[in-house]
Design a protein around this ligand. Structure first.
Ligand SMILES: Nc1ncnc2c1ncn2[C@@H]1O[C@H](COP(=O)(O)OP(=O)(O)OP(=O)(O)O)[C@@H](O)[C@H]1O
Length: 258
């Protein structure tokens, strides 16, 4: 885990989703016909498999101790890239290599919403590689940090989305993972929780772990990351120091909407 040595290597990564039951472009003219005519002619849309090329030929190397922001417009492939690096989606082409266990528990974790927060703390802790004893030792800290109070004894299905996100974040950062990945939804926490999250991220970084942060908040990216990957339509269009990349990204908005 020495700072300066590679933590994540992504080489020529392509991710293509297959969407089943979608209308294939060009094969269906039904949409252009008036409703009555469509009903009379019974011309139904052709259901088929549609490919969505969400990440296209992306390559980068991130070293231990780096905090990397991922920015880009809606649908540009940020979350998909993060999930692929976490090993949750197999690459269609290319390779992803990670030193250590990436933890995307931050927000997208599949916790069991039918179970109580308390049970999910145990499950999440075990998933992070902690022993049951370590989870018990850290239990109070995790629950305190999440700030969900007595709700911990209720099923997670009764939580607001912000409460769920806070508990996931608290669990995911309890084990100081080698590679912590945080997706946008973290921003659902209130201002006080966000301030505590930033402190916790700074603490994790001091432990020479690697941080990936997907966010639409350029302020959050500026505050937490020294390097930024800018994604656009699945491609990595810029990779460099935060100031440079965020400035170029903001300028591209101004050009698009002067
Ligand atoms: N499970 C999925 N199945 C099919 N297509 C998907 C799936 N998830 C994402 N996509 C598509 O992949 C593309 C990239 O989506 P992704 O969620 O990675 O973008 P994003 O940059 O994180 O977007 P946002 O900023 O809106 O969260 C989009 O076209 C999206 O519709």
């Amino acid at each position: 885990m020495a700072p300066g040595t590679p933590s994540v290597v992504c080489s020529g990564l392509d991710i293509v989703y297959s969407v089943f039951g979608a209308k294939q472009n060009g094969t269906d003219t039904g949409g252009e016909l008036p409703l009555v005519e469509r009903l009379l002619t019974r011309r139904n849309p052709v259901s088929t498999v549609r490919k969505v090329h969400a990440v296209k030929d992306v390559s980068f190397v991130v070293n231990h101790g780096e905090a990397v922001g991922i920015i880009g417009r809606n649908g540009s492939g940020k979350s998909t890239l993060l999930r692929a690096v976490a090993g949750l989606i197999p690459p269609t082409n290319g390779r992803v290599w990670a030193a250590g266990r990436p933890s995307l528990l931050g927000v997208n974790a599949v916790l069991l919403t039918g179970l109580t927060g308390a049970k999910n703390v145990m499950i999440g802790g075990l998933a992070l590689g902690l022993t049951p004893r370590q989870v018990r030792e850290r239990y109070d800290d995790i629950v305190d940090f999440s700030g969900i109070g007595d709700f911990v004894d209720l099923p997670m299905s009764a939580y607001s989305s912000g409460m769920g996100a806070r508990l996931r974040f608290a669990i995911s950062t309890a084990a100081a993972p080698d590679i912590l990945m945080i997706d946008e939804a973290l921003a659902t926490g209130d201002a006080e929780f966000q301030a505590r999250s930033r402190d916790r991220m700074a603490e994790i970084r001091r432990g020479a772990s690697t941080l990936f942060l997907v966010s639409h908040s350029n302020a959050a990216i500026r505050e937490s990351c020294e390097r930024v990957l800018w994604m656009d339509r699945g491609r990595l269009v810029m990779d460099g120091p935060t100031d440079e990349v965020v400035r170029a990204y903001e300028q591209s908005h101004r050009k698009a909407h002067p």
